[in-house]
Design a protein around this ligand. Structure first.
Ligand code: FES
Length: 160
């Protein structure tokens, strides 16, 4: 893992605070999240203070600081889904899973992420579980959908 990390950072070795975004994005693409180790390593290799790196990373919603869960749930909060109650769906997911968007459950089973338009507005509100769309989601069905991850784990895990 650290070899991959070093290889990515080396490509951005002269990066400055204002141009950290592509480096952070690439690391997240490789690791699935920004680990403490990766932030420290960026600091060591580029000479940038870790506080500045965290400052940039936490400014953007797109970065995660915890590994993804076995079932990674992405919820759309784009305009079309928003008018179809996506905010209530997000709140219900947070309530049922007992985590906030951007977090992973303690047992590593679920992680939750909120994104803008997923390009499936006509069938919204939509959520995506490990790359598989669930459309026309209703607030009262959220618990059932969560439970179905376990009961249909072969479906969701095969689409990872
Ligand atoms: S706004 Fe949700 S898929 Fe487009």
């Amino acid at each position: 893992m650290s070899e991959i990390l070093d290889e990515v950072i080396r490509r951005y070795i002269n990066t400055k605070r204002d141009s950290l975004l592509p480096l952070l994005q690439e690391i997240q693409n490789e690791l699935g999240y920004l680990s403490e180790e990766s932030i420290n390593r960026i600091g060591q290799m580029t000479g940038l203070p870790t506080s500045k790196i965290y400052g940039v990373a936490t400014f953007y919603d797109q970065f995660r600081f915890e590994p993804r869960g076995r079932f990674h749930i992405t919820v759309c909060h784009g305009t079309a889904c928003h008018v179809n109650a996506s905010q209530q769906i997000i709140q219900e997911l947070e309530r049922v899973l007992k985590i906030k968007a951007g977090q992973t459950t303690r047992d590593g089973t679920y992680s939750l992420e909120v994104v803008d338009c997923m390009g499936a507005c006509a069938i919204g509100p939509v959520i995506n579980i490990n790359g598989k769309y669930v459309h026309g989601v209703e607030v009262q069905k959220v618990k059932e959908i969560i439970d179905s991850c376990i009961s249909n784990s072969s479906v969701y895990e095969s689409s990872r």
